[in-house]
Design a protein around this ligand. Structure first.
Ligand code: UD1
Ligand code: UDP
Length: 443
């Protein structure tokens, strides 16, 4: 089987690494397409080195630019490659412009798309990422979602539960596969002249709504300047460096003795740095997930999150860009041991590190069953109704579907929505299911 992987930015490289490993270990042909959205050595090539990834087969070199320009160039470039290479499936990850370009182009060429980290929603369309992830979900064939909550987001939008696979997040695979190696080889703490008793805060920030907004970014920087009980390490994203310089804030950070501003750090060093931190302060998506995976409390510099599971689990607090909220919360974490331990021990909702392997199992099964295809229906659809029913009998989703030749779309059990997994017992639940036969619905 030939599997296309489209990626273009730092987090995609990191989260696709275990998927790429799995593709290669299972002997499939890998077609690796880099959009070139991130191009600095510290934002791209260094991750290929650290994670021992093969060189991309193609680099589209889109570089920086407006969303329309970047996405347009990506689409043109990816389309050429896919027409030439004809992969059996294309995998995209997350919510960057690559996910949108890759999914849209592949689906129009009738190549099935697997969306890795599908179903996340911040419900904030002012974020370019929210637009990308929703549009990509519309163009996908398989939804590899990290949690039941992201699966339910998709079910509520009408996606078929049959296409949704709850795998956990592949960032956990990457963390687990690399932390031990990193601990043996990294000298990052010595390099920074720090040790793990130094109340280290790792800070990252690059979200457009923070760093391009003078008022918000100034408020965050003012908080950082006052957090003198901590040693803050700030590997700065190129976007952030540019705007901080523009707003005259960069110098202030450099002058502060408790703040070390560095270039973006390689993955292995960064893993060690965050795992030795007392708090992670971030607006990054990946960092919210890694924080709870590595048992480090996170304060998220945002007003919403598409990773609400981290907040519900108790490992992440949304502090927005408000100086006082940041200061009060950081102080509470440092000075209230019970509160700190509660955050630290929050249960990781992102799985056991086997996400990539589960995804490849699904893809291989579909390939073996000749199910990796998008084609025009052969039968006329007869009815479109959805029925609601209270279930009194002891029966699983799969049994109900077999008996009624239908598809269970939604299950309410104990006043909550539950994902309709085949083995879920739906006694005493209310379900929504398609009235017509499953065959008619599909073709
Ligand atoms: C992009 C993603 C964002 C993701 C982030 C990961 C979109 C819409 N945004 O944001 O979802 O969280 O990557 O880091 O896809 N730049 C460089 N060197 C580089 C790359 C960028 O200097 O290698 C500078 C350029 O000035 C560029 C700016 O950073 O204009 C922003 O880069 P861009 O790729 O547009 O968005 P990110 O903020 O990186
Ligand atoms: N990261 C890294 N070095 C850094 C900063 C971040 O290796 O200096 C990693 C981090 O561990 C995480 C990913 O980059 O896996 C997050 O990328 P980013 O914050 O750029 O994007 P987001 O996750 O917000 O899309």
């Amino acid at each position: 089987m030939k599997i296309g992987v489209v990626l273009g930015t730092r987090p995609e490289i990191i989260k696709m690494a275990p998927v790429i490993d799995e593709i290669q270990e299972r002997g499939h042909e890998l077609l690796l397409i880099h959009t070139g959205q991130h191009y600095d050595k510290e934002m791209s090539e260094n991750f290929f080195i650290d994670l021992e990834l093969p060189k991309p087969n193609y680099n589209i070199h889109v570089g920086s630019g407006s969303h329309g320009k970047q996405t347009g160039l990506m689409m043109e470039g990816i389309e050429k490659v896919l027409i030439e290479e004809k992969p059996d499936i294309v995998l995209v990850q997350g919510d960057t412009n690559a996910v949108l370009a890759g999914a849209l182009v592949a689906q129009k060429l009738h190549i099935p798309v697997g969306h890795v980290e599908a179903g996340l929603r911040s419900y904030d369309v002012s974020m370019p990422e929210e637009i990308n992830r929703k549009a990509a979900d519309d163009c996908s064939y398989f939804y590899f979602v990290p949690t039941e909550q992201s699966a339910i987001n998709l079910v509520l939008e009408g996606y078929s539960p049959k296409d949704i696979y709850i795998t956990g997040n592949s960032v956990v695979d990457t963390c687990y596969r690399n932390l031990k190696i990193a601990e043996k080889t990294s000298t990052i703490l010595d390099d920074l002249n720090l040790n793990d008793k130094d109340n280290i805060i790792t800070l990252t920030m690059h979200r457009a709504e923070n760093v391009d907004d003078k008022e918000r970014v100034t408020s965050i920087i003012q908080a950082l300047l006052e957090l003198k009980d901590f040693n803050i390490v700030f590997p700065i994203h190129p976007r952030t460096k540019k705007t901080l310089e523009k707003f005259g804030l960069y110098e202030k950070l450099e002058e502060a003795e408790h703040i070390k501003v560095t270039k973006p750090i390689g993955y292995l060093d960064f893993l060690v740095l965050i795992s030795k931190s007392i708090i992670i302060l971030t607006d990054s998506g990946g960092l919210q997930e890694e924080a709870i995976t590595l048992n480090v409390p996170a304060l998220t510099l945002r007003y919403n999150t598409e990773r609400p599971e981290t907040v519900t689990a108790g490992g992440n607090i949304l502090v927005g860009a408000d100086k006082e909220t940041i200061l009060v919360t950081a102080d509470k974490i440092l000075n209230n041991k019970e509160f700190y331990n509660k955050m630290k021990n929050a249960k990781n909702p992102y799985g056991d590190g086997s996400a990539a392997s589960q995804m490849l199992d699904v893809i291989e099964k579909a390939y073996d069953e000749d199910d990796l295809k998008i084609e025009s229906p052969h039968r006329i659809m007869t009815t479109f109704d959805v029925e609601m029913r209270h279930i009194d009998e002891n029966i699983t989703v799969e049994e109900f579907e077999d008996i009624h030749n239908t598809l269970v779309r939604v299950v309410y059990k104990n006043d909550s929505m539950v994902f309709p997994s085949p083995d879920l017992n739906i006694k005493d639940s209310i379900i929504l299911f398609n009235q017509y036969g499953l065959d008619e619905m599909l073709y």
